[in-house]
Design a protein around this ligand. Structure first.
Ligand SMILES: Cc1ncc(COP(=O)(O)O)c(C=O)c1O
Length: 417
């Protein structure tokens, strides 16, 4: 990991790296991860959502450097599988600081969690309770409810979440099976667009809490899931979400001894930390006659990364991509070096042999050439974890950087890195 000198940013680091690549003829794509961004996001979350304890969703970016940084800051962890649990335990996190937040778990994974003392688990149906009674009766069960995620780019409610009318029956079943239900969880969908969805979900959570308490469960944990935006230009902003969440929490879950409110943010923490640099491998120009009779130039660029390496999330979660060419980046930072160039309708093809492997189907860029670099900011979320080895393209190398100021914050924390 590089600790940046005062006055040097991760942008400067990236530019230096690119200049070195250009001078030495290197073309391999890479990712720059600014861990200072993760520190910054954590401090902002503490400030804007003071009642909420974050359990970072490991599935979003599972690199050890990110996990170490978050553990040092006192964040806890949301794991979806046995290997995520092992990964988080391997960096010294305690089992109590983990929530196993995949409502549908295979038996051997439940047994693994039991062996390691990971007790907090989500569920949303009866068959999960039956398994739990047999294999892990000491688990602390958290009922995931179905909420409105219609505004989200990546909804979950078709797959997960008990309907509100089924909650009473599930809570009774847990009682009959001698299982302890300690709370309620939900997820309003990833890249959510509607902050009010949090307000309604928190209200629904209160109703289910009351039913659980009435049935004798000691309801004490509300888990508001993920869904908070990570891209700084995303609208509505994180701060707008926080206002709605705080208001609903104060209304439906006023401060109370023993009550714990947690969240499972993923993309919020890591999106802005990651910047991808890709190289143009091949260029094809196609001239087309437009409706006005004029010849229009369309350019296809074939890149050395794609949906099977770092960009699967752009298809799965329909995230917004915002590429800039390296030359344009230099212009943005230092002012125009060359007279304004025309911009052309371009396609950015991914590296594999699959025709579906398109990074961007229509984007306007200045004319670029084979060997030029294109930069994608805000690529820290779901890029390293959604990797596949299809066609043999390797996982990208990641260069971790952190500013001196943020490094000192980590060093002054209680956790040994
Ligand atoms: C259970 C659970 N929690 C948290 C997250 C993280 O969501 P986000 O990245 O939107 O914060 C996910 C994402 O898939 C999830 O499935």
């Amino acid at each position: 990991m590089a600790i940046l000198e005062d006055g040097t940013s991760s942008h400067d680091f990236l530019k230096e790296k690119l200049r070195n690549c250009i001078s030495s003829g290197k073309q391999d794509p890479f990712l720059v991860a600014d861990l200072g961004q993760v520190v910054h996001k954590h401090r902002l979350l503490m400030q804007e959502l003071p009642r909420v304890k974050p359990f970072y969703a490991v599935k979003c970016n599972n690199s050890k450097e990110v996990l170490w940084t978050l553990a040092a800051l006192g964040t806890r962890f949301d794991c979806a599988s046995k290997s995520e649990i092992d990964l988080v335990l391997s960096i010294g996190v305690q089992a109590d600081d983990i929530i196993y937040a995949n409502p549908c778990k295979q038996v051997s994974y439940i047994q693994h969690a039991a062996r390691h003392g990971v007790r907090k688990m989500t569920f949303d149906c009866e068959s999960e309770l039956v398994k739990m009674a047999e294999y892990y009766p000491k688990a602390e069960m958290i009922l995931r409810i179905n909420v409105d995620d219609s505004g989200a780019m990546c909804p979950f409610s078709r797959k997960f979440g008990a309907s509100l009318i089924s909650c009473e029956h599930l809570l009774e079943t847990a009682n009959n099976l001698n299982l302890d239900v300690i709370g309620v969880s939900f997820h309003i969908g990833s890249s959510a667009r509607n902050p009010q969805a949090f307000g309604q979900a928190i209200k629904d959570g209160r109703n289910v809490f009351d039913i659980g308490n009435k049935l004798g469960h000691k309801m004490r944990l509300l888990d508001i899931g993920g869904g908070l935006p990570g891209n700084p230009s995303f609208q509505p902003s994180f701060e707008e979400f926080a206002v709605v969440i705080n208001k609903a929490l104060d209304q439906y879950f006023p401060m109370e001894n023993g009550l714990e409110i947690i969240a499972e943010p993923g993309r919020y923490y890591v999106t802005s930390a990651g910047t991808l640099a890709l190289n143009i491998v091949t260029k094809k120009v196609v001239n087309e006659k437009g409706e006005d009779g004029k010849i229009k130039k369309n350019i296809s660029y074939y890149m050395n990364d794609g949906i099977f390496v770092s960009f699967l999330e752009s298809i799965l979660h329909k995230i917004l991509l915002d590429p800039t060419s390296f030359l344009h980046l230099e212009e943005k930072l230092y002012g125009p070096a060359a007279p304004m160039q025309p911009w052309y309708r371009s396609i950015l093809w991914g590296a594999s042999c699959d025709e579906e492997d398109i990074i961007m189907d229509e984007v306007y860029l200045p004319e670029l050439d084979v060997g030029d670099w294109i930069i994608f900011p805000n690529m820290g979320a779901y890029s390293v974890t959604l990797y596949s080895s299809y066609c043999g393209f390797p996982k990208l190398p990641v260069y971790y950087v952190i500013s001196k100021e943020h490094w000192c914050i980590l060093c002054n924390s209680n956790v040994i890195l």
